[in-house]
Design a protein around this ligand. Structure first.
Ligand code: AMP
Length: 419
């Protein structure tokens, strides 16, 4: 029987990984410019970390975690998100003592038992950014500026929307929640079964339910912005002012809430309207409550996570990236193959992309392979030519060829345009 991979946990094949690597490289380069350092936490943690850090009333904790008992002892879970693990590591390694504002990023796989569909997987990948230790609105603005730069300047995704909201803090969230709960309880028969459950556990989540009946109710429901306390309202005004100053375009979305319970104040999402139902590329916000929940002192923090699969699906088409690069050494005869291998070894050591055929195929078949590999040049070495100290160099882009001397060939090739 032929074994298959697990649904919702796709393979990334060689024709796709080049794009992934470009996204990852651009990310690392940008984050380094903003002063962020990478953190790599394990893919599993104690289950309790996620139960406490994400919150019991959430979809993730209630039905989406991959949890197992390790050798009958410790209850472990494959990480469904990266913020709680980063908060745990921040505390465990006393990072607060090193810098007043700790700026970390991560990149890697996350696991949620969701119903697989286009843009939604059970293993997916996130880029996450966390700035821990400051309650200043300037941190919110810089983190959002960073996210926007990543999406628009680095990934060059067109037509994105940045949606912004504030969902209050420990002082005003109870009022926000109670007003909404009261409003929805009076109309609960019109809510979908999921939202009827949310009414007691996590009423704010009704705000972003996609069911038409619930959306209809939400349109008229009391919104968080109407009940912000003075401190949250002032914070939000300051964040908005800074975003205007930095020329980051955003729209206020009063229905925007975050699925995870530890979020406070600023909440935001980046949407690609060109994608289908799963059109959120990134989401984030302040989580001033989290560090305390996982056992530390009260510590304000701010961050976001980007879904890499959805970024890849949003990138401009692949053709424009199709540049010819490097060299293919085509050889005829045993001596020529040995000479070709030596030459390639030298070129690769100097940083050039170099390929050849190792199976003594015909020249025609080697040229076909060279075309497939999208190389810019082809160097044809025949035993006879080799004896005369010569070879043929073909420019695959201009489709012309010349005879070249083999003395100083490495320097000559390294100096070519487009290698
Ligand atoms: P969250 O951690 O739920 O705030 O999600 C942040 C981002 O991760 C989302 O905006 C998506 O781009 C991505 N994401 C979340 N869940 C999935 C999933 N199951 N499959 C693919 N991407 C996801």
């Amino acid at each position: 029987m032929k074994l298959k991979g697990v649904r919702g946990a796709p393979d990334l094949l060689p024709q796709e990984t080049a794009r992934w690597q470009r996204v990852e490289t651009a990310t690392r380069f940008l984050l380094q410019r903003y002063g962020y350092a990478e953190i790599r936490t394990p893919v599993f943690e104690r289950t309790e970390l996620f139960v406490r850090g994400i919150g019991e009333g959430t979809d993730i904790v209630e039905k989406e975690m991959y949890t197992f008992i390790d050798q009958g002892e410790v209850n472990l879970t494959l990480r469904p998100e990266g913020t709680a693990p980063v908060a745990r590591a921040y505390l465990e390694h006393q990072m607060a003592a090193q810098f007043p504002l700790v700026k970390l990023y991560y990149l890697g796989p996350m696991f949620r038992r969701e119903r697989p569909q286009s843009g939604r997987y059970r293993q997916f990948h996130q880029i996450g950014v966390e700035a821990i230790g400051s309650d200043q609105p300037a941190v919110d603005a810089e983190v959002i500026d960073l996210l926007w730069a990543l999406m628009v300047e680095e990934f060059r995704i067109p037509d994105l929307q940045l949606r912004l909201n504030s969902i209050g803090d420990a002082a005003c969230r109870p009022t926000i929640r109670d007003r909404l709960r009261r409003y929805m309880t009076d109309r609960s028969s019109a809510l979908c079964p999921d939202c009827q459950g949310r009414l007691t556990r996590n009423p704010l989540r009704i705000m972003d339910c996609k069911q038409p009946g619930c959306q209809h109710l939400v349109a008229e429901a009391p919104k968080p912005l109407e009940s912000l306390c003075e401190a949250c309202a002032a914070h939000f005004t300051e964040v908005r002012g800074l975003l205007d100053h930095l020329k980051i375009p955003y729209t206020i979305d009063e229905r925007l809430v975050r699925g995870l319970e530890y979020y406070t104040k600023t909440a935001f999402e980046v949407i690609n309207p060109r994608l289908g139902a799963q059109n959120a590329l990134a989401g984030g916000g302040r989580y001033d409550g989290l560090i305390e929940v996982v056992g530390g002192p009260s510590t304000p923090a701010m961050g976001f996570a980007v879904g890499i699969e959805r970024v890849i699906a949003s990138l401009p088409s692949a053709e424009e990236e199709d540049v010819l690069r490097g060299i293919y050494v085509a050889t005829l005869g045993r001596e020529a193959q040995r000479a070709g291998m030596g030459l390639l070894q030298e070129l690769r050591r100097r940083g050039m992309r170099g390929l050849m055929n190792l199976e003594a195929r015909s020249l025609k078949s080697q040229m076909r392979q060279a075309n497939k590999e999208r190389v810019r040049y082809c160097l044809i070495l025949g035993d006879e030519e080799l004896g005369r100290g010569q070879a043929t160099l073909r420019d695959m882009m201009k489709a012309d060829q010349t005879s070249v001397e083999l003395v100083h060939i490495v320097e000559r090739l390294m100096g070519l345009e487009g290698v």
